[in-house]
Structure formats: C-alpha cells, structure tokens
Ligand binder design. Structure first.
Ligand code: ADP
Ligand code: MG
Ligand code: MG
Length: 878
C-alpha cells in the first residue's frame, strides 16, 4: 500500500502532532470536539521529509493524493477551486511539529483570479473586499512561491496611497484596489520575465512546495538551532478553506491567550481588528483593539469565543494561544497551541492549574523548563528596551548589569566597595581581580570563554558576565574601551546582558528578580520528587549562606586555594612556596593554619548540620608567584636603574623561584595531590585546620558539619593511599590534642581518565567519589578549558562538529562514559560508595539528567544554580 500523505480535517486529532504538525493536529482536535474550524486537509510531515530526501522532487503518489484531497474538500464545501460560479479560496499554511511562530510561510486567498473574482464580488456583494483579497494574494504568492522581493509590492501600495491621498490601506476604494491588482500582476510578470501561472490548481501545488521549502529558510534554520529542533522533522502543510475577517464591520480577526502570557494571571488577554485579514493584527499597520472591546462590537461572537477559550484550555489542560476570525458575525477558530510564556508566567500558570485541580504536581513540573527558573534569579533587562547592542560576547553568566566602565580591579574594588555601580572591563580576569569582581555589577572581558575564570566566578556569585567579546578593544593604560567607532572612557555607562551576551552603550532599565511564592512552591514540589541530592560549591560564609537559603543540602566543593589568595595570607603562602627546607615550610604553614581554620569556621558555621566536602590544595604553585615575564622585566629594570642592592637581590631570588616552578603545561603539572605528595606538610596543615574548625564550631554552636576531606587530581591508587595516611595521622593527632573526636570521611575527586579506569583500585582507599567534570572534560577530550573557547571550540560548536560546548553540558558519549565507568568500577568494590559531581555541569539540566541515569547521589553547583539543579533533578527523576 502506498503511503498516506493527506489527512482530511476529520481524520486527525491531537495525538497526531508528528504527522500533521502542531497546527494540523490542533485544528483537527478542535473540529473533533465541536469547535467551528474552516474545513481543511493536511499534507503530512512525511511528505515534506520524503521531498527533502529526493532533493526537492515530490514522491510520486503525492500530487494525485493532493488532487483527491482537494476534490473531497470541494465536495464537502460545495465549492470549486478556480470555479467561475462558487469559487473555493484556500489558505496554505506551514505547520511544524514544534511550534516555530512566524518562521515559515503562509499564503492566503489562493484560488482568486481574473476568472473567479467576479463570482466573489457577486457572492459577497462587496467589490472592495474581493479586490483587497486579490491584491493580498498576488503579493503573498509572489513573495512566498516565486521569491519576488516584497519591496516591489509595498512601494506600489505606498505610491498608490500617496496618489489617492490615503493614509490607511482601508482608505483605498474598490477601484483603487483593482488598479493595484493590475500593478501587482505587472510586478510579478516583470520579476518572472513572463506570465506567471494563474491556474489555481497549479498554484496550490506550487504553494505546498513553497511551504516545504520554507522549512529550510535561513530564519527557520537559526530558530531551530537556537531551540535544538532537528531539521529532519520537516513541516506539514495545512490547506484550509478561507474565512474572511475583512468582509466589513461584522467581520474581524484576532489573537487571544487564555491567560496573561507575561504574568500568568487568569485574565482576558488578546487583540482583534474588525474588517481585517491575517497579518493585519500583528503587522502593526492598524492598532489592534483590546479583546474586551469585542463584547460591545460583536457580542455573540465574543461570548462564543470566551466559551471556546475556556473549553480548549480545559481540554488541553494548559494555557492556549489561539487565532480566530469572525466572518459576518460567525466565529471560526484557526489555530490553538500551548502559549509561549515568560518564566514568571510559566510558574504562575503551573501553580494555578494545580490549585484549580486541572493538573497534578508532576505534570506541573514537566511543563516548566529549568532554564526558565534561572531567568527569575537575576535582575533582568526590561524586554521592551528597543536598543541595539553595540557588541556581543559569550553569555557567560546570566543577568543584567548597568554601571560605569572601570578598567582596573582595584579601582573597581574601591568604587564598588563604596556602593558605586561599576562594570569591570578587562582583557581577561585573574584570581587577583577577585576583590573588584565581588563588588562590581558585572564583568566584560575581551578574552576567555564560558568556563573562563571570570565566567565561573561570576556564575558562582550570580554576577552577570559577558566573556570573550572579540569585537571590543581595551586599552588598560589609556583607559579606553573601543567598540566600533565609539570610545568609552572610565566612568561612561554601559549595560551588559549576561543572558544573551549583549553589550549596550548606555544604561538600560532593569526589572528586579522575580522569586516569589510560585517559585518557592514549584521548587518545593521538585524536592518531593527528586532522588539526587543538591549541594553547592562555596568557600566563604556569604556564598555558603546564600546556597543554604536557596536550598542546598550541603557543600559539594569547598576549594581551599581561593583561601590562599587573600592579601593577608599571600606573603605567608609565598614563604611556604619559596621555603628551602621542610622546617622553613612548616614554619610558614604554621602562619597559614589559623587563617585557614578561621575560613573553615565561617563556612562550617553557615552549613552546620549539613555535609561539607573540603578539597585540599589544587592549583600549581606558580599561580601564587609573579608572572615569569613580568618578573624578568622587573629584574632588568632594577639592574638598569641601579636600584638598591637589597631590592635587586630580592627580585632576583623571586625570579629564580619562579623559574624553578615554571612549567610548560601547568594544568598537567604539579597540582592537586602531586603537590601534596612532594610537600606532605601542606595536607597535614590543611587537615588540622579543617578538624580544628569543625571542633570549634561544634563547641560554639552545639552542632557541626559532616566533615568530608577530598584529595584532588588522583590518578594512582598509591597517591590516595599515601594522602589518606597523612590526613588520618594529622586528624588523629588533633583529636588527641583536643580530647574530642567527630566523624569524618576521606574521598577523592575523579578528574583524570586513569582514575576512572582504576576506580575499583582507588575505591579501596576512598569513602566517596566526586567527579570533577571540568578537569575530566579537559583531560578526556584533550581540550584546554582556558583556551579552547577562544579558538577552535567556538567554531566546532558553530559548525556542529560538536553538538554543544562540552564545558557547559557534559559530553555524554565521551566524558559521560568515563563517569559511568568510574561509578561502576567504584561501586563494584564498595556498592554503597557515595558518588557526586562538582564540576560546572552540576548546574546544567541536561547534564543533571545524565547524572541521574548513572546513579549519582548528588550534584553540586554554584549557589545561584541550586534552585535550577533542584528542579532539574526532579525532572530527571520523573
Ligand atoms: P503562523 O504560523 O505564522 O501563525 P498561520 O498559518 O497561522 O501562520 O497564518 C497566519 C495568519 O493567516 C493567521 O493568523 C490567520 O489570521 C490567517 N489565516 C490562516 N488561515 C486562514 C484561513 N483559513 N482563513 C482566514 N485566515 C487565515
Ligand atoms: Mg498562526
Ligand atoms: Mg580540578
């Protein structure tokens, strides 16, 4: 049997979305439940897919099936396409499976021609109406089917209006429009170099084909990419009898939502225009009127519309976005779909529908996108700003920032600290900039990617960041930021949109974050459903408290190196690094210990009652020392200027140290436990600081945290065995000195492929595993996380060599497989081994879905991602 490519209106229903497209399934369903819909048939998505496969050729059976479908439609309506007596007019509409509003094309009034126009005049008794339909058709058909430039028609219309002294299209008379039709025909003929086809049956086939093609137009392509819709689906084509909203004052066309799509409020929302067709409402030529006014103009149709809206919302159990047309007082529905809505509206609608008993909580969770929650956690730019962006970078950390440009982190720290709104603009940021970063409104960098330092830090603090804006030039010395031909000096105001990566050359209005009762309620439902825990990555009191407030159930990653960068401890840290023997080193560490302890006490106080995973020192030591090139230059300069001998000596000694510690490939060098293997004094000191802090908090607060000590960058079982022994000895000693004990565990980070491969051997020495997926991605794929986004990775993602940035969303096939092996091997030895993840992926919904599937116990992410992660974990568990 040959494939069925055509479905008549009454053959379809809501479940046939994949075949009939959203629009086709929607109108069929409305017809099925007794709503007035113009009669129609739908060409299936399969027909469009087959046509794509054949390089644009229709499958053989399609044309005859269209002809039969048309014949049946003619029989049902008693009208004939191209008929001189009772002509059938059609709309040919595109309908994708996933709604892509306005991305593809529609042709209205097909069937109107020199032959049929007299009958339309006679039947409607309205000459103006007939010629209005005709000129609209020629333009739409010319544009969509023949690819003729719209300007040609629009200019002719504008000239006509000027000639006739008309302001609105509706001011043109029947005679004017008749003239316009002749002009339009001429335009089409000129463009095509001959007679364009006026046979409606052939026009129909060409129109269907044009809709097929519109699936692949650049606009639709961009939309599909942005929304992750596959190009393979193809589009359905709905061929529908025309109904006319432009037949006079008892006719109208409009759009309505069953609830307010901005706020979610249950209220009337929509617009209409009398004596208008199709695009007139959205095209902005005439100002549409609020729907409420329709109750006066067309009371009967209004009442019916309100009833239909209620009916369809209950039927679909979701907010509907509907299109309708009223012809001579009779209401027809042309489209219904689940309405697109803002994040705030999504929450309100879901929560109201649950209250109204229309859906249950599980269904409500399914309806909300985790990324929508994220929008609500940051002040946002007023969407109606209407301002052009002057530059673009990566949307590294969502939210909006308005402030004065500042080029220096110290200036940012000072001015921001005084409460002035500043935006830190840097070529790239380094850990040294942190003080400025903390108090600025947002960060703009010319270099660096989504996991660059600036981005990670910014996300952690919920601070907007646009990173790697390649089009900007920064002169930190002359203190200017140049974008195109505009130069910004320190103090000039810019706005960043960290959610889109846009930069604006002035202050834009902000609207505050919208965490409200709906938000709390919905995230609360998520907690009832999810099985994975959600922790946060935090290393100070503020972040930890914030995380807890946002629902974190512990800390999955407390990085200790950040604690070494503080100005008060850097000298001691440098002393430790430059120590010539272990006594000197121990002495320096002795100075650092109380500072570390104080830091831990703060975090532990914020998190008391909950577990905290403290990771021992990870970065390469040279990060604590001056840069090699800069230090060499400094020595040269001191030599040339005959600087005092002590100063020169000091600079030379430092240079020697820097040289000694310099590595070509520091990310694969002496970091993590490798450092601790060389200098066991470091983990010894850190373990002591952790235990002292935990005991102190217990003493002071009557309650302490669950201590989890984590050894980083382990590749070899012996490394963990050795480190474990060092930590255990230090802890034992501290317990003895204190005369008190508390429970603690020791685990490791799995962030090297080898560690995952031998996870069964490592598990013998580990109480828990935490997958450090940032480094694991870097080491598994072999892409430097600090450089790649400025180079090939961006191209790879754009060209779809890679489906997405693996630092944002886990590479399931590669890095994911390594995680899976790590979990399985670890649990083959210790079936209850607690496994979590603490990379940036811990806050990414798609990655969270994957982590659920490999059976991780928890995810850990930046404090501001915690609600999103709670929510995504619930969706993953559904
Ligand atoms: P989109 O997917 O861009 O919304 P549609 O296929 O819904 O495109 O068509 C655009 C507009 O054309 C509709 O809003 C409607 O006003 C008008 N239209 C489509 N089909 C008909 C019809 N059968 N009768 C009258 N107007 C129609
Ligand atoms: Mg539509
Ligand atoms: Mg790491």
């Amino acid at each position: 049997m040959s494939e069925k490519y055509i479905y008549d209106l009454h053959e379809g229903d809501a479940t046939m979305r994949n075949l009939l497209g959203g629009k086709g399934a929607g109108v069929a369903e409305m017809a099925r439940v007794g709503v007035a819909v113009p009669d129609a048939f739908t060409v299936t998505t399969t027909a469009s897919v087959e046509t794509m496969k054949r390089g644009g050729e229709w499958p053989e059976e399609l044309a005859p099936q269209v002809a039969e479908g048309l014949k049946r439609l003619e029989e049902r309506t008693g009208k004939v396409l191209g008929g001189k007596d009772n002509p059938l007019l059609l709309s040919v509409r595109s309908g994708a499976v996933v709604s892509m509003p306005g991305m593809m094309d529609t042709i209205l009034n097909l069937g109107i021609s020199d032959e049929t126009v007299p009958a339309i005049v006679a039947e409607s008794g309205n000459e103006r109406f007939a010629w209005d339909c005709y000129r609209r058709f020629i333009q739409m058909y010319g544009e969509v089917v023949e690819g003729i430039d719209a300007h040609a028609y629009e200019d002719a219309l504008t000239n006509m209006k000027a000639r006739k002294g008309a302001t609105l299209d509706t001011d043109l008379s029947a005679e004017d429009l008749k003239e316009l039709v002749q002009e339009f025909k001429q335009i089409s003929n000129d463009a095509l170099g001959g007679e364009w086809t006026s046979d409606p049956v052939e026009q129909l086939n060409r129109a269907i084909n044009a809709v097929f093609k519109s699936w692949l137009n650049p606009r639709a392509d961009v939309y599909r990419k942005a929304n992750g819709i596959s190009a393979d689906y193809g589009t359905a084509v709905n061929v529908m009898q025309m109904v006319f909203g432009n037949r006079g004052e008892t006719s109208a066309t409009g759009v309505c939502f069953t609830r307010n799509p901005s706020t979610g409020a249950k209220e009337l929302y929509g617009e209409f225009l009398t004596n208008a067709q199709g695009e007139d409402v959205v095209a902005g030529i005439r100002t549409p009127r609020p729907l409420a006014e329709m109750s006066e103009v067309l009371p009967e149709a209004y009442k019916q519309l309100i009833d239909t809206m209620k009916k369809m919302e209950l039927h679909y159990k979701d907010m509907q976005d509907m299109e309708f047309t009223i012809e001579n007082g009779k209401l027809y529905l042309l489209q219904t779909r689940n309405g697109k809505r803002t994040a705030a509206a999504a929450l309100k609608v879901a929560s109201d529908l649950v209250d109204e008993g229309i859906i249950d909580k599980t269904e409500a969770l399914k309806r909300i996108e985790p990324s929508q929650l994220d929008q609500l956690l940051h002040p946002a730019i007023d969407p109606h700003h209407g301002t052009e962006a002057i530059a673009r970078g990566l949307p590294a950390s969502p939210g909006a920032a308005v402030g004065e440009v500042v080029f220096d982190a110290d200036v940012a720290a000072e001015r921001g600290g005084n409460g002035e709104p500043v935006v830190l603009v840097r070529f790239e940021t380094t850990p040294d900039d942190i003080a400025g970063v903390i108090v600025c409104q947002g960060i703009l960098t010319a270099h660096g990617g989504m996991t660059s330092h600036a981005a990670v830090v910014a996300r952690g603090m919920g601070k907007p960041c646009v990173a790697g804006a390649a089009g900007i030039k920064i002169d930190p010395v002359g203190k200017t930021l140049t974008i195109g031909d505009r130069a910004f000096k320190e103090g000039d105001v810019i706005t960043l949109n960290g959610s889109t990566g846009e930069v604006f050359g002035k202050a834009l209005e902000l609207i505050p974050p919208q965490i409200n009762e709906d938000f709390k309620k919905v995230v609360g439902w998520a907690d009832e459903v999810r099985t994975m825990g959600v922790r946060a990555n935090a290393e100070n009191f503020e972040d930890a408290s914030k995380a807890r407030e946002l629902g974190a159930e512990g800390i999955g990653l407390c990085r200790t190196e950040h604690m070494f960068f503080g100005a008060d401890r850097l000298p001691a840290v440098r002393e430790m690094i430059t120590a010539e023997n272990s006594e000197q080193r121990a002495a320096a560490l002795e100075k650092i210990l109380p500072m570390q302890q104080a830091d831990f006490e703060q975090v532990f106080t914020a998190m008391k009652g909950l577990p905290v995973t403290v990771r021992l020192l990870d970065p390469p030591l040279h990060e604590f020392l001056p840069n090699l090139v800069e230090q060499s230059l400094l020595v040269q300069k001191l030599e040339l200027t005959n600087a005092p001998a002590v100063q020169l000596e000091e600079a030379r000694r430092t240079l020697a140290q820097v040289k000694k510690l310099h590595e070509q490939n520091p990310m694969l060098g002496t970091r993590g436990c490798r450092l601790a293997m060389l200098y066991p004094e470091i983990p010894d000191m850190q373990a002591r600081a952790i235990i002292r802090a935990a005991l102190a908090v217990l003493e002071r607060e009557g309650e302490t945290i669950g201590v989890e000590i984590m050894i980083p960058l382990v590749a070899l079982p012996t490394e963990l065995k050795t480190q474990r022994a060092i930590v255990e000895a230090a802890v034992k000693d501290e317990f003895e000195k204190a005369g008190k004990e508390l429970p603690y565990t020791i685990g490791t980070m799995i962030e090297l492929p080898r560690a995952a491969m031998v996870a069964d051997q490592i598990a013998e020495h580990a109480d828990f595993y935490s997958f450090g997926t940032n480094d694991l991605t870097q080491t598994t794929i072999g892409i430097s996380r600090d450089d790649a986004e400025n180079g090939f990775l961006t191209t790879y993602v754009m060209d779809e060599v890679l489906p997405k940035n693996p630092f944002e969303s886990i590479d399931v096939d590669g890095v994911g497989a390594v995680v899976r092996i790590g979990v399985e091997k670890g649990r083959s030895v210790k079936p209850d081994l607690k496994c979590g993840v603490c990379g940036e992926h811990g806050g990414d919904p798609d990655s969270i879905d994957f982590f659920q599937s490999v059976g991780l116990n928890y995810v850990s992410c930046s404090p501001f991602r915690v609600p999103v992660a709670r929510f995504a974990a619930a969706k993953a568990a559904l």
